[in-house]
Structures are given as structure tokens and as C-alpha cells.
Design a protein around this ligand. Sequence first.
Ligand SMILES: Cc1cc2nc3c(=O)[nH]c(=O)nc-3n(C[C@H](O)[C@H](O)[C@H](O)COP(=O)(O)OP(=O)(O)OC[C@H]3O[C@@H](n4cnc5c(N)ncnc54)[C@H](O)[C@@H]3O)c2cc1C
Length: 466
Amino acid sequence: MRKWAEVLVIGGGPAGSTAATLLARQGVDVTLLEKTHFPRYHIGESLLPSLLPVLDLLGARSTIEKHGFVRKMGAFYGWGGQEWPLRFDDPSRPANYSLQVVRSEFDQLLLEHAGDQGVQVCQNTSVQRIGFHDDRAASASWSSGGDHGEIAFDYLIDASGRSGVLARQFGSRRVHDVFRNVAVWGYWRGMYPLAEAPEGAIGVFSHPEQGWFWAIPLHDDTLSVGLVTDKRSFAEGKRTTGSVEALYHHAIPSCELLSEMLRDATLVTDLKVETDYSYVSDIFCGPAYFLAGDAACFLDPLLSTGVHLAMFSGLLAAASIGSTRRGEVLEAAAQRFYDTAYRHAYERLLVLVTAFYRIHDGRDSYFRCAQTLSRRDQSRLRLHESFLNIVTGLEDLHDTNDHTVDAVYDALQRPVEGHHPYGLGGHGTSHMAPLPTSPDRAVEGLYLTTTPQLGLHQLKPCQSGR
Ligand SMILES: Cc1cc2nc3c(=O)[nH]c(=O)nc-3n(C[C@H](O)[C@H](O)[C@H](O)COP(=O)(O)OP(=O)(O)OC[C@H]3O[C@@H](n4cnc5c(N)ncnc54)[C@H](O)[C@@H]3O)c2cc1C
């Protein structure tokens, strides 16, 4: 193992691979340490169309496209007693499809691509602790089999996912009061597609009492079927039915659309269970370090936003480091940009998820109440500011602070172009955070640029006065 890297990346998931590749493509010396050996299993299979422009920047689009993943042409919702398809082929959308991926294969392709682009990838290597020098992140201790050592760096990107190396070291991770959910899922063979759903669509179906289901078709001819339920309903359901398996199988027949899809299908794997409590770190970056992807924050999977946020933050971190090391922006300014841009993207989606849950069909169910942002959650987040700064398509949000979720909820209830009852698509609609890629979308006086290379541009004085 080397003793020094200009940039050290922890973790080879989508956040780590994205950041490492983008930096290596700028000629930066990057080392990436990954605890496991790929391919490794991972949940998070349904991706948003925002993926495609990032794959283009990585130079990985053709590799990923050629692999044969299912093309996701939209989504189908059975939610709040209503049913509607959402199609991505609307001409106003930046990309008209996305992918449903087997994550072990998708992540491996991205990590191999990082290696091809010059990143030094070390698998089976776990980072234990980050060393600081005068407040500045400076080195990482690692272990690999019986071997261990230390590597120094100029910059660090912690993309270690839910393990969260730095957030745990700092004690900076806070679990929200809301979205303390548990997911149970498995893989089925022999299913029928929904007649009205766009090709390759994810199915999202609310369960009147217990939560909701996902159904994601994969290119190995399996259907990933998950039940997401709050922790209390999960504990109660397990007690009354006798086991997690019984809880899962008991819930499916109460969802007509899903039962229809699975009528001749067989569960071909064991079930997996994960508590997917949503959380956020108080610290997103600091002198010489950035937390990217799930290492910084995690949002309930309802709108399939995890990989989007991971790749988006990987890109923001790479641009911030790229411009700082070239002397184009001050490090402190790049950190403010990163913190604000990533927090806004996260908090904005958090508002959308909570507003979407409010439309849940079990109107008085414990589950629906458990998905309501508490005052404490709301007051600790800059929700209103986040939402107003990057919202598109919901012009009339003049409400203030505590009522942000109400305002979003009201806006979602209005039909858009007569397509569907809630004016909300999730899954890659105009409500996704627009990238701060132009002066009018600048964040903290900076915006992203990809030409002549990835980095940050400063607003000119005449632009900042607008
Ligand atoms: C139930 C559930 C369903 C989901 N569904 C979706 C979905 O449909 N669509 C979607 O977009 N997202 C979904 N997500 C979220 C998605 O899984 C994550 O947001 C995404 O994988 C985050 O990517 P990442 O790169 O930040 O982290 P990860 O993909 O977790 O990668 C982190 C990497 O870091 C490595 N690592 C950890 N610790 C260390 C260490 N100490 N040293 C070195 N390496 C380390 C890990 O081995 C791992 O490979 C879901 C999540 C859950 C829980």
C-alpha cells in the first residue's frame, strides 16, 4: 500500500466511484479503499434518469448501457387509493429513461471503470480512523487481512455509506424522528408485468395499514419485492404473525396490484431485512474532507433517491476539490458550496417524501402518522430555505417555515397536465434538485461547470447583484 495519495476515497459504492473517477479524469492522484471485495450485494436497484448525465461525465455510459440492465421507462403508483403511471418519455424531461440495476454488477462496473481511469483501487481494505493535524484531516489508518498501516492525503472523501467512518468518529449522525422504517425484501421469479405500467417500471404500492411495497424488475428475470413498514408495525406484525417471513407473506395479498403480478411467481431467495432509518450528519465537510452519499445522509427509499444523491454528492465533492487544488476558489468557499448544495438537495427530497406519505391511503393508520415530520425535525432543518432555493414547478410556495410540508402537500394534490391525481411523480420528475450549473442557480456564490473541466465558477459581481 502507498504511503500518500493526493485524494483518498473511502468506499467503492456509487458515491466513491463517481468522485474518484471524476478526479482521476482531471489528472488527480486518487486512491480508493474498499472494505469488501466486489461484486458485493447491495440494495438500491431502482435508479432515476438523473443518472445518465452523470454517467456521461464519468465516461461510463456505454459500459453501463451495454451491460443489459432493464430500461426503466417510468413508474406505476397504486397509492392513496389511486392508480397512475408516470412516463419518463415526456419531452420536457432531460432523459427519457433510467435503469433498474443489480447493484452488485452496477457497482462493480463503476469501480472497474474508476480503475481504468487511473484510480488506485484497493479492495478488502478497511479504513479504521482518520487522523487530524491542526483540525485538518491528514491521514487514515487501514487494515487488510493481517496487514495494517497508515496513508496520508491532501484531501479525503468519505463515501463509506451507512458505516459512516467520519460521522461515527465525530458522533455527528442524527436519526430523524420521522421515517424510522424497516424494509423486508426478496426476489421472485415468474411474475407478470402490470398492463398499464410503462416498460421496466418500478411499481410503488401503498398498503392500507402497514406501509408500502416496491416491485422492481431486474435483468436476471427476477422481481425485487420489498415491504417498507414503520418499526412499531414491524414489531407488532412479527409478534402477531410469528416471523418476518409470515409478516411479509401475510402483507402481500392485501395489495391487489402486487398480488396480481405475483399470482404464479415464486420467491427464490431468502428475505433480507434492513432498518432504513433516515439520518443526517451535522457535518458534511470540513478542512480537507467531504462526506458523500450515505456517509453524510440517508433518506427513506420511497422515491428511489439514494443513488442519485450519492452520485450527485460525489460529483459536487470532486468539483469542489478540483477547483480548490487549482486555486480557482478558496477551500472554505468550496466547503460552503458543498454543504449548502448537498443539504438542500437532501432536505428538499425529504419534504417531498413526507408530503407523499401524507397522501397514504391508511389515513388514520399508525404508519401514516409515523411518517410525519415532527416539529423538532422541522426546526432543525432549513426546509423552507432548501425548498425555495431549488424548487422547480411549484411556483406558489409563499408559505413560511413550519408550513413548508403543508404547502408542498397542497401543491402535489393539484393535477399537472391532467396526467395523474397528485401532480407528483417522484422517480425523476421536475421535482428533483436541478444541478447548480448556471449563475442563476448559484449556491453560496458558486456554480458547477464541466468545461473546460469539472469545477466551480465564482459569480461575477454583476451576477451576484441580481
Ligand atoms: C431498503 C432500501 C431500499 C433502497 N432502494 C433504493 C432504490 O431503489 N434506489 C436508490 O437509488 N437507492 C435506494 N436505496 C439507497 C441506496 O442503497 C444508497 O443510498 C446508495 O447505495 C448509497 O451509495 P453510497 O455510495 O453512498 O454507499 P454504498 O453504496 O453503501 O457504498 C459504500 C461502500 O463503502 C464501503 N465501506 C464501508 N465502510 C468502509 C470502511 N471502513 N473502509 C472502506 N470501505 C468501507 C462499503 O463496503 C461499500 O461498498 C435503498 C436503501 C435501502 C436501505
